[in-house]
Design a binder for this molecule. Structure first.
Ligand code: NAP
Ligand code: HSE
Length: 430
């Protein structure tokens, strides 16, 4: 098919949309050569066309009516960068039904509704591309779907939330507590006004659900991912972790085991020599293991205007090439298996436990007994005096089944000599 340019429509012109506009208009000649035709932005859906956006553009390009884009026969690719589920899902579904290729950065929508959208894309021979939905500018969806397709991927461990990685890095470097770092991250614009999805781990869980579904060829839904955020991490935990030669990171972990898929997001103590331990500030990284490639790590900027727009634009170029060569709908859903997702109680890990106990003979023995009774074996114990009567005890266990660990902790919390269990953090060894 020979055309001078392929027309696209943008749903949204916020942070990511602006970046896409800049790349498409600023790099048009290169794009034309790479694709074999130009890419022309015909219409953009926004809520408020009068808003100042720092871009030179004609007012006529804006619309507040999605149907003007979705139903325009000239527009071949819909670029969804407005976010959320409603009304976005409806717009994207209609676009696919109209046979348009869709490029999206929307992890919430892909994680929750990927199956339905892929079925629509297949039925209408359209492309559905979503590279930017996981880890912003880092190429990971295409590598998992295509470049690593010859591998059996056994595990993925990711730092896929820039806000929390920035906060934990700050806490580690400066010994600051969670609340103070959160306020600073909000002032700098890293953390959103409502940071719940980031600090609570939900943002990372959605990204993990997308990656695990592709890597293990079996759909993992966001609510099948065990989620724990970083809100309980204190400066004391980070200091003890350092003393034990660990660093605290929010990890998104997925494993393909004989008993099913393990999918969990939680803070973890990571050995200082682990490749992910050096991933700091707002950077993201995904460390994975395949049977042919061995270990591989993908590192870069997981959010922000231009890094995210870089991934969106690459998808637009791919969709445009597929249109030119009339091969839309080739990059289909790869969830052809139906593996169970394991209950968190059946997973196994090492644990760090910090607790406050009465400082008198026999207390440590009673704690060790409660652990031993549930088959939890201790690897190391640190004791620090807090005052005349209280000791802070930090324990690290050997690898133990989560269910046994939780049962032991319940009993320990009830011991008369234990004032409180201050924190429990998983330890992720190689
Ligand atoms: P944003 O800055 O809030 O921009 C959203 C845009 O969509 C705005 O232009 C807004 O219009 C428009 N919009 C929202 N709801 C609308 C509605 N109901 N009708 C019409 N227009 C509507 O969002 P963003 O940060 O660019 O994020 C976009 C998507 O990319 C989200 O799915 C997000 O998760 C994903 N993402 C973002 C990043 C990042 O770093 N920001 C990274 C990776 C992925 P107005 O401008 O008129 O308000
Ligand atoms: N809020 C996300 C982060 C970026 O902090 O990494 C968008 O996915």
């Amino acid at each position: 098919m020979s055309v001078d340019s392929i027309k696209i429509g943008l749903l949204g012109l916020g942070t990511v949309g602006r970046g896409v506009y800049r790349i498409i208009t600023g790099n048009s000649e290169n794009i034309r050569r790479r694709v074999g035709a130009g890419i022309e932005i015909k219409k953009i859906l926004v809520r408020n066309p009068a808003k100042e956006r720092g871009l030179e553009m004609q007012q006529a390009i804006f619309t507040t009516t999605a149907e003007e884009i979705i139903n325009d026969p000239e527009i071949k690719i819909i670029v969804e960068v407005m976010g959320g589920l409603e009304p976005t899902l409806d717009y994207v579904a209609k676009a696919l039904k109209n046979g348009k290729s869709v490029v999206t950065a929307n992890k919430d929508m892909i994680a929750a509704q990927g199956k339905m959208l892929f079925e629509l894309a297949d039925a209408n021979q359209a492309d559905l591309l979503f590279e930017a939905s996981v880890a912003g500018g880092i190429p990971i969806i295409r590598p998992l779907k295509q470049c690593l397709a010859g591998n059996r991927i056994s595990q993925i461990i990711g730092i896929v939330n820039g806000t929390t990685n920035y906060m934990l890095t700050k806490m580690t470097r400066e010994g600051t507590d969670f609340e103070a770092v959160l306020r600073e991250a909000q002032a700098l614009g890293y953390a959103e006004a409502d940071p719940t999805a980031d600090v609570g781990g939900l943002d990372a869980a959605r990204k993990l659900a997308i990656m695990a579904s592709i890597a293990f060829n079996s759909r993992v839904l966001p609510d099948e991912v065990y989620v724990e955020g970083i809100t309980k991490i204190t400066a004391a935990d980070i200091a003890y972790a350092k003393e034990l030669n660990y660093i605290v990171k929010l990890l998104a972990i997925a494993k393909d085991t004989a008993a099913g898929i393990e999918a969990r997001v939680h803070p973890a103590l990571l050995p200082l020599d682990h490749p992910l331990a050096a991933v700091n500030d707002v950077y993201n990284a995904i460390y994975l293991t395949g049977d042919a490639i061995g270990d591989a790590m993908f590192y870069g900027r997981g959010a922000g205007e231009m890094p995210t727009a870089s991934a969106v634009t690459a998808d637009i170029l791919n969709a445009a090439r597929n249109i030119l060569h009339q091969v839309q709908g080739m990059i289909s859903c790869t969830c052809f298996e139906d593996k169970p997702v394991r209950s968190m109680r059946d997973t196994a890990c090492q644990y760090y436990v910090r607790l406050q106990a009465v400082d008198k003979p026999g207390v440590l023995a009673s704690i060790a007994y409660a652990f031993g009774d549930k088959e939890v074996s201790l690897a190391s114990v640190l004791q620090k005096q807090k005052d005349d009567e209280t000791a802070e005890i930090v324990l690290v266990t050997h690898t133990v089944r989560e269910g046994n660990m939780q049962d032991a902790l319940q009993i320990i919390a009830q011991l008369s000599a234990v004032n409180s269990v201050s924190n429990v953090i998983r330890v992720e060894e190689e």
